[in-house]
Structures are given as C-alpha cells and as structure tokens.
Design a protein around this ligand. Structure first.
Ligand code: CO
Ligand code: CO
Ligand code: CO
Length: 328
C-alpha cells in the first residue's frame, strides 16, 4: 500500500491498549514492544511480500532477513518465528514452496531463531514472510523517537535495491550484479545491530519500503529535530544511478517523495538520479543508526572491522529547522 493509505484506513479507529504497551500503534515504529517484567519486554513484528527475486531459495532468505530486521532495529534479539505462506499449490510445483521455506529456515538458523509454526493458504500469487518475536531490556529499546541534536546518522547497507530490481525485470542487469544485490538483501542486520549497542546510540530504524528519506522522516518527526544529509556520503550500489537515469525507478519511489514533499528540501546541486535513490524503496535494507558525534568514528571503525564496508556516516541531526530534512 502507498504511504498514507493505511493512515487513511485506520484514522479514527481506537485500538485496545494497556500500561504494558511500550511501543504501540500510536506512533510509527519498526515493531511493537510489550513489557513482561522489569527486565524483559517482547518485540513483535510481521512482514511478508511477493517474490522480489526469481530464485525461490533466495526469496525465502530475503523474506526472513527482512522480517528479522525490525527486531534488530528496535535493539532486540529475535527468538521465535512463524511462517506466513500463500501459494498456488494447484498450479505450481511444491518443490518451489519447499525451497522458499528452506531459505527462511536457513536464515533463521543463522540468526539463532527457532520456527514454532505458521499458517498457509492457497492463493494465485506466492507470498511469503514471517512473524518474529524478540526480546529486549525495557531500558534498551531503540525507537524512532529519541534521536538527539548533534548525533551522526550511520547507514549500514548501500541504497538502490528497488532500482536494481526494476532493472532486473527489464533484463538489464548482469548476473554478477544481480547476485551481489540478492546477497545484500539476504544479509542479516544482526551483526550491525550487535555492534551498534556497544556505542552511544539514541535510535535506530531499518530502511525498507519508504526509502532512506521516508524512514528518516519518521525519526525526525518522532524526535522533534531536523536532519541534514550529505548526498555525496550516501552509499549507493554500483549502476543504480545509471539505471535511475534510464528511468528504472519503482513507482513507490515517486509515492514516497510525494508523501514527504513538504518536509524535505533537496538542493538543486543534487542530481536527479541521487534524489530517486534516496526515495527508492528497499527490501531488507540496512540499519539507520543515530550515534553521538563522539562515538561515530568508533562505530564506523567497528562496522568496517567486521566487513560491513559499505556503512557510512551520511548526515547529522540538527535542531532547526525541526521536523525537516535538508539534502545537499
Ligand atoms: Co522497519
Ligand atoms: Co516491517
Ligand atoms: Co528502532
């Protein structure tokens, strides 16, 4: 659904809640958080979608990495998961479904997460994903609502997945680049998440359907601050700018831009292709972390130290103008 559609559909509805809801539907965040005890809160999230790559095994891995990501973005540790499956069992070989599920299982194993069950339905179109439950200490939850003036913004995966996938559908992408992007999407945000908690961080989210600027917009609005992005520092997958120049841009990128039109100012010096990349919807994108200026260099060194080479400091949190993003 486009950004805004869900808001419209839910507007005015009253959701049940209680005092143990630490993060609920009243504000945009990656996952819900429910307090169980002084020391323990549950993180719950669900994500599923139609295939974004041709290979069923890789699709399963990407769907699982994407579903797990929201738990990492909240500062938590994922523990259990349930499968969500829609499959045209009458028209398609069941081995396809088997490979999708195997991809999911292998990612869960890598994450140290157990599969407890799931639900499947017959459907004309394949859909796969998972609901994931994680745990976090109630004092360690990373929301979108607490980023601080002076924090540096760190992005841990390059942008351009949506644009490259659009070009893949037009048969314009080399096998090597297709594989590279597939692997990037299937890469867990686990390692980056485990590293970031050792530093002075104030918030985190993961980059998915709203694109970098859409998700950053939620952070600055939630925190009552502004942000400046240095477009030259934003990591972008090779060729993504070329494909953007050719018009290989997912429709959602335009919707993302339109939805945030009033709060984002982009300097004329920023090339159009870069602007498109900044709104490009990502599947299983990287983490966007707000870290204190004093710790930013150390966080970068630690991320690069474990091989997350494309992570970069892309901007800074500012006081004014509040609830605005400036890109230059
Ligand atoms: Co998220
Ligand atoms: Co999500
Ligand atoms: Co978060």
């Amino acid at each position: 659904m486009s950004p805004g559609d869900l808001d419209k559909a839910l507007c005015g509805l009253v959701f049940p809640t209680d005092e143990n809801v630490l993060v609920g539907l009243d504000r945009a965040d990656d996952a819900g958080v429910y307090q169980i005890s002084e020391e323990l809160a549950l993180i719950q999230t669900v994500d599923f979608f139609t295939p974004i790559v041709d290979d069923p095994y890789w699709f399963g891995q990407i769907a699982a990495a994407n579903a797990l990501s929201d738990v990492y973005a909240m500062g938590g540790v994922p523990k259990t998961a349930m499968n969500l499956v829609a499959f045209p069992a009458k028209e398609m070989e069941l081995t396809v479904l088997r490979q999708i599920i195997q991809g999911g299982i292998d990612k869960l194993k890598e994450a140290g997460v157990v599969l407890l069950g799931g639900h499947s339905i017959e459907d004309r179109e394949i859909k796969y994903g998972l609901s994931v439950t994680g745990i976090v200490h109630p004092d360690k939850i990373l929301t979108k609502g607490n980023i601080r003036i002076g924090d540096c913004l760190v992005l841990t995966k390059p942008l351009g997945f949506g644009i490259i996938n659009t070009a893949v559908k037009a048969a314009m992408v080399s096998t090597e680049l297709t594989e590279k992007v597939t692997k990037l999407m299937a890469t867990l945000n686990r390692e980056a998440a485990e590293i970031m908690v050792n530093f002075d961080i104030s918030g985190c989210t993961d980059i998915t359907g709203f694109g970098l600027l859409g998700h950053l917009a939620e952070m600055v609005c939630g925190s009552g601050v502004g942000a400046r992005i240095d477009f030259g520092e934003v990591p972008v997958i090779e060729k993504a700018l070329d494909f953007a120049d050719m018009g290989m841009i997912p429709t959602v990128a335009y919707e993302n831009r339109e939805f945030r039109r009033e709060m984002i100012t982009i300097a004329d010096t920023v090339p159009r292709a870069v602007q498109d990349v900044l709104f490009d919807p990502q599947t299983s994108g990287g983490l966007l972390i707000a870290v204190s200026g004093a710790d930013a260099g150390n966080l970068m060194a630690a991320l690069h130290g474990v091989g997350i080479h494309e992570s970069a400091i892309i901007g800074v949190v500012v006081e004014e103008p509040a609830e605005r993003i400036m890109v230059a």
